[in-house]
Design a protein around this ligand. Sequence first.
Ligand code: KG4
Ligand code: ZN
Length: 370
Amino acid sequence: MPNRSKVTILAIETSADETSAAVLLGDKKTGKFKLLSNLIYSQIKIHQKTGGIVPEVAARAHIPKIIPVVKLALRQAKTRLGEINCLAVTTGPGLVTSLMVGVDTAKALAFALNKPIISINHLEGHLLSALGGQNLQLTTYNFPALGLVVSGGHTMLVLIKRIGEYKILGQTLDDAAGECFDKVAKILGLPYPGGPVLAKLARKGDPEAFVFPRPMINSNDYNFSFAGLKTHVLYFWQTFQKTNVIAALPRRYVGVARNDKNIKADIAACAEQAIIDVLVAKTINAAKKIKAKAILLGGGVSANLKLRKILAEAVKKNIPNSTFHIPDSDLTTDNAGMIAVAGYFHFINGHYATSEKIITNPNWELGSWR
Ligand code: KG4
Ligand code: ZN
């Protein structure tokens, strides 16, 4: 007799430059679930040549990888395709042609298997990614919660009234936090992808070497802006290149010969610190305002160790009754595991459809129509 309370979900994510598939085993009765596999094929090597993602190139690169990645995810999960009860797929937001590869693969599988399929918002995946590794149960989870999603395309604070019910409290008005990491790295001539490389270099630098702006840190809202910081770093670096003189050079550096490597590390550390200070200040303000019982961090930038540490300390100090949740490292940057987690919550709430109802929605705003 098959156990009818069990559900096995196959999730697919291709919204940008990662081809990913994951298998989740959940229990509808207990609300418990476990990720059995979470396979990611990264296109980083391809995009290193251009120093960024070319959408058409990314979409084409998904095509030869999607079936092998799905097969490997199933094999690693020791699950046969016939055992899948439901598909979950990222339908937006993202690069339309990249999304279409994953969406059409998931639709074809759902059609052939005669199984339901769930349309998942990529940002909801990041928002709930912290729940994946810890396998938190819905019943033990406290609301309202606050989510900070920090990725290459988005930076937003989200009120989570309950899972599936979201309100964006604020978001970036220009560049996302990850984009700022990437652009500062590019200015300093660091290789793609800039964020993790800049973070690594920052460890060797002094975060107080220079005074960099913290845009909108005191604005009375939950919006962000990182374009000004990037421009500040650009002018700062260009001035140094031209004159070998650092604007606003702290007194202790005067007369000290500085080579490019040290200056780059200091700039990396100062830029990272400025981004983190803004993210942490806004998150604490928003958490106090909504009386958040839990804070969830997600998105590619949540891989940043300094952000994790400083935010954890700030939550403990300022809102000691709240819990703080971070994703496991393989659930930080784009992955299908987080899509499977979001899919599981929607599955138990009956939010699934047949394959012909599923469409790609590259501009899908979190919290709007699904
Ligand atoms: O979530 P993600 O994989 O893709 C989007 O949905 O955008 O996020 C990618 C972003 C990139 O900007 C990347 O540089 C940044 O996350 N990132 C980091 C780190 N690891 C990835 N930024 C800062 N520190 C890191 N360790
Ligand atoms: Zn993402």
